[in-house]
Design a protein around this ligand. Structure first.
Ligand SMILES: [Zn+2]
Length: 454
C-alpha cells in the first residue's frame, strides 16, 4: 500500500491519516510542558533556509513536519522538517485545500513544481488520497519521535524536554536490516545503538540482562535519552517474552477481571474518515447479543447514535474496544460535531481500549502484560489468541469495508449490506476474544499452548 510515485517528485502530497490528526508535533507541543519546543524548531528551521521555500525558492514561513509510514506495523515516524511557502504547503494539505475551495490552486502548484502534466498530477493526488483513506481506517497507529530526540541538540532542546512533550515513546521500525533489537517493542534505532554500545546486540542478550545494571551502565556512559530508565525494564520484558515465545505477566492490580461482565459492551465502528461519517455502529454484550446500526446517510446518524449513547449512560455500561483511542473515539467526536451535537457526549463515554490500556501502554507502571508479538494490531493479536474470522466474512479490512459501503450507496445491494454487517460482527467477536484471553492471562488461566506465533 506504499505510495510509489511514478515520477520523481520535488514536492509530494503528504496526507496525515485521520486517526493521527491533532497529534502533530506542533499540536503536542502546545501543552504547557512543550510550548518552547515548536517555537525553537521553527526558529532553527526558518534560519536554516533563510526563510526561503525549499521547493520553489519563494519567501517562506511554514515549517512542515515530514513523516514516514510503516503500513505493516502501523507506525508514523517523524523524519525531519521542511520549510515551505504558502502555496507549496497547500499541496500537502489537499484536504484543507478542498474544504476551502483551493483544490485547483493546490493541483496547479503541484503540477508546476514537479513539472508533470495536469492529468498526471491529478492521478498522483488521487493515489495519495487512496493511500490516505486506507491508512485512515486502520489502526491503532503509534508515533515515533525518535528522530527529534536524537536531534534535540540541533534545536537547542534537551532530549528530556522533548520526551516529556511528545510522551509517545519510540517504536521499532523496519526490522529488515540493522539490529535485531528493532524487533523489540519500545526499541528503535537510537536505543538499539545505545544498547549496542553497552554490548547488547541480540534479543537473547537483552532478555538475559538485568535492567538495573543496564541503567547503571547507561548513566555511566552519560546517555542522553531521558526515557531510557522507564522504557528499558519494559524492553527487557518484551525481549524475554519474545525469547521464551510466551507472554510475560507481572504482578499488578486487577484490571480486566474486576469488570462486571454484565456491563461490558464491545464496540466497533465502520466509518468514512474523509466525511467523518459513521456507517455502522456495532455493539455486542459479553453473552454475544449483537446490536448493529447501518447508517445510510449523515442525517440519520443522530437517530442511531443518540440511543446508543443513552444506552451506555443509562445502564452504566463499560465500552470495550481495540484501538478506539486513536480511531473510534476521535471519529465519533468529529461525526457528532458534524451533526451539530456537543462532543461532550462522546468525551463522557467510558472506553477501555485493549490496545492502549492493556497491550501497549508504553507506561511502566501500567504495563503488566508483555506479548511475544509484533505487530500488535487487532488482527495480529486476535490471530495469536487463536481467532479466525468466519469463512463467510469476505471483507479483510476497514478500507475494503469503506469501498464496499461506497458501492452500496450506488447499488443499495442487500448482499453488500450483509457483507458489511458480517465484517463488523466478526470484529466485535474478535474484540471479545482478545478481551477474554487477556483476562485469562491476568488471572493465570491463559492456555498459552493454544497461542499461535507466526
Ligand atoms: Zn514554495
Amino acid at each position: 500500500m506504499k505510495a510509489k510515485p511514478r515520477v520523481h517528485l520535488k514536492l509530494a502530497v503528504e496526507l496525515v491519516p485521520a486517526p493521527l490528526w491533532n497529534r502533530t508535533l506542533a499540536q503536542l507541543a502546545r501543552a504547557p510542558s512543550g510550548r518552547t519546543i515548536w517555537t525553537k524548531i521553527r526558529e532553527v528551521e526558518l534560519k536554516r533556509t533563510g526563510k526561503v521555500c525549499e521547493v520553489c525558492g519563494q519567501r517562506a514561513s511554514h515549517v512542515h513536519e515530514k513523516w514516514d509510514y510503516d503500513d505493516e506495523r502501523l507506525i508514523q515516524r517523524l523524519r525531519g522538517f521542511e520549510v515551505l511557502c504558502q502555496e507549496c504547503h497547500l499541496v500537502h494539505h489537499q484536504g484543507f485545500a478542498g474544504v476551502h475551495g483551493l483544490t485547483n490552486l493546490a493541483m496547479k502548484r503541484f503540477a508546476e513544481v514537479n513539472s508533470v502534466a495536469p492529468a498526471m498530477a491529478k492521478s498522483i493526488v488521487k493515489e495519495a488520497f487512496d493511500v490516505w483513506g486506507a491508512r485512515s481506517v486502520r489502526g491503532p497507529w503509534t508515533q515515533n519521535f525518535e528522530w527529534l530526540v536524537a536531534n534535540a541538540g540541533k534545536y537547542d532542546l534537551g532530549a528530556d524536554l522533548v520526551e516529556e512533550a511528545v510522551r509517545f515513546p519510540e517504536e521499532p521500525e523496519g526490522a529488515d536490516e540493522g539490529s535485531e533489537l528493532w524487533g523489540v517493542p519500545t526499541i528503535g534505532s537510537v536505543r538499539a545503538d545505545i544498547l549496542g554500545d553497552l554490548g547488547i546486540r541480540t534479543i537473547e542478550q537483552l532478555a538475559s540482562s538485568d535492567p538495573g545494571s543496564l541503567l547503571a551502565a547507561s548513566s555511566a556512559a552519560r546517555i542522553r535519552d531521558a526515557s531510557f530508565p522507564s522504557q528499558m525494564p519494559m524492553a527487557v520484558n518484551y525481549a524475554r517474552a519474545i525469547s521464551q515465545r510466551k507472554p510475560i505477566v507481572t504482578t499488578h492490580p486487577r484490571q480486566l477481571s474486576k469488570l462486571d461482565e454484565s456491563r461490558i459492551l464491545f464496540v466497533d465502528l465502520e466509518y468514512d474518515p474523509e466525511e467523518a461519517f459513521i456507517f455502522i455502529i456495532g455493539a455486542m454484550t459479553m453473552d454475544g447479543k449483537m446490536q448493529q446500526h447501518f447508517v445510510e446517510k449523515s442525517a440519520d446518524l443522530p437517530r442511531f447514535l443518540l440511543p446508543f449513547l443513552d444506552r451506555v449512560r443509562d445502564n452504566d455500561l463499560q465500552c470495550v474496544s481495540y484501538g478506539s483511542t486513536s480511531a473510534d473515539v476521535p471519529m465519533l467526536r468529529r461525526a457528532i460535531q458534524n451533526v451539530g451535537m456537543s462532543r461532550s457526549r462522546v468525551d463522557d463515554l467510558p472506553f477501555l481500549d485493549l490496545f492502549r490500556d492493556v497491550i501497549f501502554t508504553q507506561n511502566l507502571r501500567k504495563q503488566w502484560l508483555y506479548l511475544p508479538l509484533k505487530p500488535m494490531d487487532a488482527k495480529s493479536v486476535a490471530r495469536y489468541f487463536g481467532y479466525d474470522p468466519p469463512k463467510n466474512v469476505t471483507i479483510r479490512d476497514g478500507f475494503e469495508a469503506l469501498m464496499q459501503f461506497k458501492g452500496y450507496l450506488r447499488s443499495r445491494s442487500r448482499a453488500t449490506r450483509g457483507r458489511l454487517l458480517r465484517y463488523n460482527a466478526s470484529d466485535l467477536k474478535l474484540t471479545r476474544r482478545v478481551f477474554e484471553e487477556l483476562r485469562n492471562l491476568e488471572t493465570g488461566r491463559g492456555d498459552t499452548q493454544t497461542y499461535r506465533l507466526a
